[in-house]
Design a binder for this molecule. Structure first.
Ligand SMILES: [Zn+2]
Length: 237
């Protein structure tokens, strides 16, 4: 439940020389000038208006604004020189700060992702949209000349919202990995079907194991045309 409403903050006390206390007939009045403000969970958002509560210096009676003559109220407000303190705008300030931060992060993130896409590196993970299968992640394992060796993630998601929460594992065998040509990659990139990029810097250790076994680091892993799940390159729209 959101707690909100209005509260009052006393700004100052101004003396009144024209009006006297109606309770003790004659006591001088001091006007307490309050600033009414709107709050949410007691965080002040913005000031609303000034309020006057008179107090008799003699008998101590408090007289609310409604019981004072409109002229006296007007005069008290006019003799008050204090403006609503900036502190009463705290809530608006906080909200503005949050909006600005989110905007900056979003812009910065978009810029970063663009940079990553224009310069792919092993360890980059792409969220790729496929018309028939939904969304899945692909990790760049190796880039050799014009081809990118992609490790498809085990999980497919029907929509982007679910996909962005997490991804499955990248523990498929090397023979299940796919080659993308630069042309195919560019096609996905320019058509906006690579939705999300993260630069993890982490690749599977499987390529290293193979190089050790075969004794050649340039050897391509056996590529398989009998991929089980997910298209090698997601089909175009
Ligand atoms: Zn009085």
């Amino acid at each position: 439940m959101v707690v909100f409403g209005t509260r009052n903050k006393r700004l100052e006390i101004v003396d009144d020389r024209m009006y006297k206390c109606p309770k003790c007939s004659g006591g001088p009045l001091a006007h307490n000038i309050f600033q009414e403000y709107f709050h949410i969970w007691y965080i002040p958002f913005f000031p609303i208006r000034k309020k006057v509560v008179a107090k008799c210096v003699n008998c101590g009676s408090e007289i609310q604004q409604e019981q004072l003559s409109p002229v006296a109220v007007e005069q008290a407000k006019m003799s008050s020189t204090k403006r609503a303190p900036l502190q009463l705008y705290s809530g608006l300030f906080i909200v503005g700060l949050i909006i600005a931060s989110v905007a900056i992060i979003t812009v910065e993130n978009g810029r970063k992702q663009k940079n990553f896409l224009s310069n792919p590196k092993p360890g980059d993970v792409y969220l790729v949209e496929d018309k028939s299968s939904g969304y899945s992640y692909f990790r760049v394992e190796k880039i050799t000349g014009d081809s990118m060796l992609m490790n498809p993630n085990s999980a497919w998601f029907p929509d982007k919202k679910n996909a962005s929460l997490s991804y499955g594992s990248f523990d498929k065998e090397v023979r299940q990995w796919k080659y993308w040509s630069r042309e195919e990659f560019e096609m996905l990139r320019t058509s906006g079907r690579i939705d999300d990029v993260s630069r993890t810097g982490l690749t599977s250790g499987m390529l290293d194991e193979i190089s050790t076994e075969t004794g050649s680091s340039d050897e391509k892993p056996a590529s398989s045309s009998s991929g089980e799940d997910g298209p090698a390159v997601p089909a175009a729209h």
